[in-house]
Design a binder for this molecule. Sequence first.
Ligand SMILES: [Zn+2]
Length: 233
Amino acid sequence: MTTPQQLFALQEIDHRIDDIDAERRKAEQRLAAGVNRPDLTTEAEHHRDRAVAIRTNLGARRDDAERLRERLNGLESRLYNSNTSRRDLSSLQREADSAKYQLNQLDELLLELEGEQRTHEASAVSALDQMKAAESEWESAINALNARLSELTANREEATGLRQSLASTLPSADLQRYERLRRTKAGTAIAVVDNGRVCLSCRMTLPSNVLRQLRNRDAQVPCSTCGRILYQP
Ligand SMILES: [Zn+2]
């Protein structure tokens, strides 16, 4: 004869195994999903590419500025040359003014481009830094998950061993009944009786005839409402 206490002890082990399996499934799913592996490579590449393009543009614009400055120097030396005629002077002056204006515009553009280049270079570096930090975080998350999984495997083996040694002492008809109840009653075949009169699984107050039967602590008495076997600790 199997007592409710023995069945309850078996159920405690089964619940532990259920919890282990649920946690294992979750950890395996997270591992399979890649645990949100971060990827900022494309962002870093984008900024690096932009910085390179701007550097090329800057090189060309600096050459433009250099040529313009040489032209301006030439114009100015002619302007200050005492042999230049008056008529030529005014046209030379206009040309020099226009070259100066263009040079100013170009210098402003150069400053702007230099600023943009620095911004993109800094963004590329920070994207890479963020990626490194996120990757090491990712790695430790994976390691923690794998460590937890091996812990869970060891725990499950231990619980399974305990279950086998307990189950081997119980009559197979009682075991089958218990397992059938576990399947049909959401994993809980044995219900604890609280306050001497309430089934803790379905929360119903037990009628007096059931309470009378429960005085025999070795009897397998089903709850009159949910049908689980009652256990009074
Ligand atoms: Zn019940």
